[in-house]
Design a protein around this ligand. Structure first.
Ligand code: NIG
Ligand code: FE
Length: 407
């Protein structure tokens, strides 16, 4: 669709998901005007401004329109899979035991290092398509299974190529600090120096890095080690995120918040101190119910404390071969409600405006607001709560990415 194209979606219910009211204030008998790649106007159809009412109209016959969904935490690009470890865990091994025995992230590292960029792209495409088929218009993809310069570069290039192959926006996140690769013989400090001083600056200079993440955990890196990576990110002007408090409370989210992180993610073991630090920095809490479910975790993230301190919550798939082999954001919304007790409104906000904020994109995306990108999902449902309520059902009718209809 050319940038001069103008059209209006009519006969719709709109869940704008803008700040404030529930669902951003549901609009019945609504209309959305699109000009080029932007939303030109949104409101009640009867009130369409004169100039716009002459544009081409597309009657959507009572469909619900939400912002295009945003999956703000994925590890979609990787080699191989870990079905064998799934079997081991079913026989009683824990996630940490599998990791310590050389499985886990390191087994995916081996498969990822063995793959070419093209192979990484081809293996990720069906997973990407599964997300897009549910109305996802923006997602984040992390590196972190290469763990050396060349393989991390390949992962990030694959992520960039995926964005060329489909109508979707992809934000890349450098996750070099995911695990210490075997060539460092357990010297995590030396590896962190390499991540901060060599890998990150090189990949950033190639334009491959939109944000920097790490895994702050007993089986990964300490807050002190993470702060070395964050300092490097800061000096390059890159935003940060952190896998924090997933399996234990090390104070990672607090550290990330002190660095002004966009988000801290997982957070099952977070305490109130950490929640307050996140509130102060306006760091988004990204909850990942797919990992909670897969690992049969029993410790809930502190949802009530997030509400009490007005920390915004986002919901993501954490799509990865180990702790969350999941490619359904609708299912993540359902799990966030059933497992974490998020309301359907919080779940939808968690994959729209708050997910946009977790990626630093909330001024351009995440709500149906005049001036923002025309990224929309059109659903054959009557009320937005239905998106969260159903299990394994996809009521998408069409999605629109940057004004382009993607039926
Ligand atoms: O987000 N927590 C660390 N990283 C991933 C899992 C990595 C893996 O097991 O491959 C996560 O859960
Ligand atoms: Fe993750």
């Amino acid at each position: 669709m050319s940038t001069s194209q103008k059209y209006v979606l009519t006969n719709i219910t709109i869940a704008p998901m803008s700040e404030g009211e529930r669902y951003g204030g549901l609009i019945e008998n609504g209309a959305i005007a699109i000009e080029g790649d932007k939303i030109a106007w949104v409101g009640i159809a009867d009130q369409l401004p004169e100039g716009i009412s002459a544009w081409d109209q597309r009657d959507l016959k009572g469909a619900l329109v939400t912002p295009g969904l945003i999956d703000c935490h994925t590890h979609l690009v990787y080699g191989g899979n870990r079905a064998n470890e799934f079997e081991m865990r079913l026989e009683g091994a824990s996630y940490e035991e599998v990791a310590r025995a050389g499985g886990g992230i390191l087994s995916t590292m081996n498969a990822t290092r063995a793959a070419s960029v093209e192979e990484l792209v081809q293996s990720a495409l069906p997973r990407l398509d599964a997300l897009l088929a549910e109305g996802v218009t923006t997602l984040e993809i992390k590196s972190g299974y290469g763990l050396n310069l060349e393989a991390e570069r390949n992962m990030l290039r694959a992520a960039r190529q995926l964005a060329e192959l489909r109508h979707v926006n992809i934000k890349t996140t450098f996750l070099g600090a995911h695990a210490t690769p075997p060539e460092f013989n357990g010297d995590a400090d030396a590896y962190i120096q390499h991540v901060a001083n060599d890998m990150l600056p090189a990949l950033a200079s190639e334009g491959l890095v939109d944000a920097v993440d790490g895994f702050c955990e007993g089986i990964a890196f300490s807050p002190d080690q993470m702060s070395i990576v964050f300092d490097a990110a800061k000096s390059l002007g890159l935003p940060i995120k952190l896998h924090a408090e997933q399996l234990s409370n090390l104070g990672g989210a607090k550290l990330a918040a002190e660095y002004g992180a966009l988000s801290a993610d997982h957070l099952e073991y977070l305490d109130e101190d950490g929640v307050k630090a996140m509130a102060k920095a306006d760091t988004v809490a990204v909850v990942l119910p797919g990992a909670f479910y897969t690992l049969r975790e029993t410790q809930m993230p502190p949802i009530d404390l997030f509400r009490k301190h007005n920390v915004r919550m986002a919901v993501a798939t954490d799509s990865n071969p180990g702790s969350s082999p999941m490619t359904s954001l609708l299912l993540a919304m359902n799990m966030a409600a059933t497992l974490f007790r998020l309301t359907p409104e919080e779940a939808l906000r968690g994959v729209t405006l708050n997910a946009a904020k977790a990626l630093g994109l909330d001024s351009q995306k995440g709500s149906i607001t005049a001036g923002k990108q025309a990224d929309l999902a059109v659903w054959r449902v009557q009320h937005p709560a239905e998106l969260t309520y159903r299990i394994g059902f996809n009521p998408i009718e069409m999605s629109i990415h940057g004004g382009n209809i993607r039926d």
